[in-house]
Design a protein around this ligand. Sequence first.
Ligand SMILES: Nc1nc2c(ncn2[C@@H]2O[C@H](COP(=O)(O)OP(=O)(O)OP(=O)(O)O)[C@@H](O)[C@H]2O)c(=O)[nH]1
Ligand SMILES: [Mg+2]
Length: 380
Amino acid sequence: MRVIVGIPSYNNAGTVSFVVKQAAKGLKEYFEGGIVVNADGGSSDGTRDAVLSTPVPEGVEVHSFVYRWPIPGKGSAMKELMEFAMEREADALVFVDSDLRSITPEWIKGLAGPIEENYDFVAPLYIRHKWDGTITNNIAYPMTASLYGKNVRQPIGGDFGVSAKLIDVYLEDEEIWKTHVARFGVDIFLTTTAMARGFKVVQTALGMKIHDPKDPAASLGPMFNQVVGTLFSLMERYENVWRGVERIEDVPVFGELERGEPEPVKVTLDLLEERSRELFAEYEAVLKKALAPNTFKGVREVLKTFEFDDRLWSHVLYDGAVAYRDGILEEAKPLVPLYFAKTADFVKRTMDINTLEAEKVIEERARVFLEEKDYLLERW
Ligand SMILES: Nc1nc2c(ncn2[C@@H]2O[C@H](COP(=O)(O)OP(=O)(O)OP(=O)(O)O)[C@@H](O)[C@H]2O)c(=O)[nH]1
Ligand SMILES: [Mg+2]
């Protein structure tokens, strides 16, 4: 099987060489070689030099290019990595992030191996610190599971394996690459498209994910807007798929997930609450129009205590999706203060428990979202 590993990057000189090395080792060990290719967004810190000067085993080629697609973002890099993979007639393309510090050669086997067994989309399954991946845990996971009925725990993990057949579908409509999909919307686009179009989906156990994490209130606002905007637009497109889904089915897992407590991720609770209140005041008028009266009333109460139950949170996102469809919300951004509030609630609720125990809180959330799906169906 011809395997290519694609690495999007933007100013990752400090970490990318390690990723290239591990990827190259994985290709050599498990696939008799292959290509590692980097698509860079015009880094100024020498990222491309770091890629190209990494020593790799014989039989592995290393390439690096600056993507040409005019929208700067992770999605544009991934689009051109897919085009590269098609030109080279790859059977499987593996994406890995350039800020990973816990990647091993086995990740390449785990992400590409299932393609050999006729899967088309391989999602990562890793242990992440309870406060890493707050957009995943609060939104992408419960929404995707309850809408499309597949229990994929890391729908926007960033490290994926895809088949050539699926790449054709990702590249079929150029227009989509002019949206938030060109930025951080790309991960939810890849996962949702694979599910909604009926491709064979699997998860693969990768152990821990350790990367350069972000403190939510300080730097996750734009990412929220791009991920949630994409998720909402795809709801319009795949309405006929998710409408009929009434249960969440398990998705097979390749390999076995080890246990352990990952290194802690920093979350500034005060900043979350402060930014939540500030941004809520800024967007109050549009939120009043976008949310159902009861939901709006509920979130006003939330901002007093930062206790935010999953049922109300599901209504916020479901109302948000409807308002987005109707053009009342042109972007998902006005929901950012509520994401911060929900994250504050989660941080407080999980202050004294470990990552494994926090998992239960998140699984329960997906169950609540599914229960509340009737609410979405009524409003949609
Ligand atoms: N080419 C390119 N790559 C990017 C850009 N932004 C991010 N990336 C790459 O996309 C990958 C993921 O980006 P991160 O910033 O680590 O985001 P993340 O890990 O998904 O998000 P967090 O979980 O919030 O940390 C990394 O390999 C980045 O280098 C960009 O504008 N252009
Ligand atoms: Mg990262």
